[in-house]
Write a protein that binds this ligand. Structure first.
Ligand code: ARG
Length: 461
């Protein structure tokens, strides 16, 4: 029957077109770049006028029209019109509504390929700038708490076994080092990406007499990109950003994991503030470190974002391919997750109550100053380190048998193990003496920690 045919026939003819429109559209996500798109267009049209490619009058009309479109976006958001595909066509359509056919002159000597490459660079550059501000806040929080606890003793761990006493300040400063490397990686990425693709056109450049240096300067770039094919197909800048973000997220996940451990009852090193704890719907006593757990988890998703863009780019021939439209969602997602993660860790560091009494008790209970005794035997009694290690091992064993700390072991017991000792050995067995003695550059001595804090503050100026 022809009726049934016309039923599915009509639907079939319409169906693929609708799906085509849907798969093709990036407006649902690239509308996030509207500010960059407007800025790029304003720089472009100003240059076209300066070069006599469009008249000064038309350029002024277009520029004012772009301001109106921007004001409308700011007030009402960007409509998700799938038929208009992306933010570039959306803005041009809005512009035409605002100023009429003269809007059509804006796209002279420009393609969406160099346009999107420029917008996206501007967006990633802004994302990096925001991340740098956030990382500074994290570093300030860590430095503040490190200064407060420059001399607070805690157990230092290797293999998560009590190893040697360190100070909490020293431990927190380790994360300042990591955050500072992150800052340096983001700055590197920013410096490397800061060339402007605009004027590369679709892939081959253009015959119009552009001043690419002018648009680059207007948009805060150091200059124009050098090869049009590379410029429209390069997404290294986004991958540089993502790899820096991954390293940063890895660091945050380690700090988050320490907070999860430290907030647990067996450790009891930290009490998270109410603002950074959550309750359980069934167990009334619970104060869970959910934010720290989510920072730990977000690191995995951020790695997924990096992998996503790398896989998209792998094996793509020059120049632009539509695959590259998928570059934006993982970068946007990464930026949102990383921003939350840095802010959450900053808040937790700022507001945590560190249980230094508990840290000290644990540092004192694990024979953590055994190395200090061995070092003393080398220094004061002239033993070879290997032999000192054995003597100390026997002392630890004896203390364990008697159920006392190393510094509680009676002198007669030490003497029975090795006659070369004298009572001065007790001077090195306290955890305070231990940390104070570690004055090698980069060591945990409170004086070193204070110097490291001052040096870090100096580099942050
Ligand atoms: N929405 C596109 C993207 O994000 C813009 C570039 C489109 N270029 C093209 N030749 N179809 O990649």
């Amino acid at each position: 029957m022809s009726g049934s045919n016309s039923m599915w026939g009509g639907r079939f003819a319409e169906g693929p077109a609708a799906v085509m429109r849907e798969i093709n559209a990036s407006i649902p996500f690239d509308k996030r770049m509207w500010r960059q798109d407007i800025a790029g267009s304003k720089a472009h049209v100003a240059m076209l006028a300066q070069q006599g490619i469009v008249s000064a009058h038309d350029a002024a009309t277009i520029d004012a029209g772009l301001d109106r479109v921007a004001a409308d976006y700011a007030a009402h958001g960007v409509a998700e019109d799938l038929a208009l595909e992306d933010i570039h066509m959306q803005t041009e359509a809005r512009l035409a509504e605002a100023i009429g056919p003269v809007a059509g002159r804006l796209h002279t000597a420009r393609s969406r390929n160099d346009q999107v490459a420029t917008d996206f660079r501007l967006w990633v550059r802004d994302a990096i700038d925001q991340t740098l501000v956030a990382l500074d806040a994290l570093r300030v929080a860590l430095l503040t708490r490190a200064e407060e606890h420059a001399a607070s003793v805690m157990p230092g761990f290797t293999h998560l076994q009590s190893a040697q006493p360190v100070t909490l300040g020293h431990h927190l400063m380790a994360y300042v080092e990591m955050a500072s490397r992150d800052v340096s990686r983001f700055r590197d990425a920013r410096a490397r990406m800061n060339l402007c693709p605009l004027g590369s056109a679709a892939l081959a450049g253009t015959g119009f007499p552009l001043d690419r240096a002018a648009t680059a300067a207007a948009l805060g770039f150091d200059g124009p990109t050098r090869n049009s094919l590379d410029a429209v197909s390069d997404r290294d800048f986004a991958i540089d950003y993502l790899t820096a973000a991954v390293q940063c997220a890895l660091h945050l996940s380690r700090l988050a994991e320490e907070f999860v451990l430290w907030a647990s009852q067996p450790f009891g090193f930290v009490a998270l503030s109410d603002q950074w704890s959550t309750g359980s719907s069934i167990m009334p006593q619970k104060r869970n470190p959910d934010a720290a757990e989510l920072v730990r988890g977000h690191a995995g998703r951020i790695m997924g974002c990096m992998t996503s863009l790398m896989v998209t780019m792998k094996g793509l021939p020059l120049a632009y391919s539509k695959d590259m439209q998928d570059d934006k969602p993982p970068v946007f997602e990464c930026h949102d997750l990383l921003g939350l993660s840095i802010a959450a860790m900053t808040g937790m560091v700022e507001s945590a109550t560190f249980r230094t009494d508990r840290m000290r008790a644990l540092a004192e209970s694990g024979f953590a100053t055994a190395t200090d005794f061995a070092d003393w035997l080398v220094r004061e009694a002239g033993l070879p380190f290997r032999e000192a290690h054995h003597v100390t091992g026997r002392a630890v064993k004896r203390a364990e048998e008697l159920g006392v700390r190393l510094d509680e072991l009676p002198f007669a017991e030490f003497q029975a193990i090795d006659a070369r000792v004298n009572e001065a050995l007790y001077d090195v067995l306290s955890v305070d003496a231990s940390v104070a003695s570690r004055t090698s550059f980069g060591g945990t001595a409170p004086a070193n920690v204070r110097a490291a804090i001052a040096a870090a503050r100096e580099t942050m100026r």
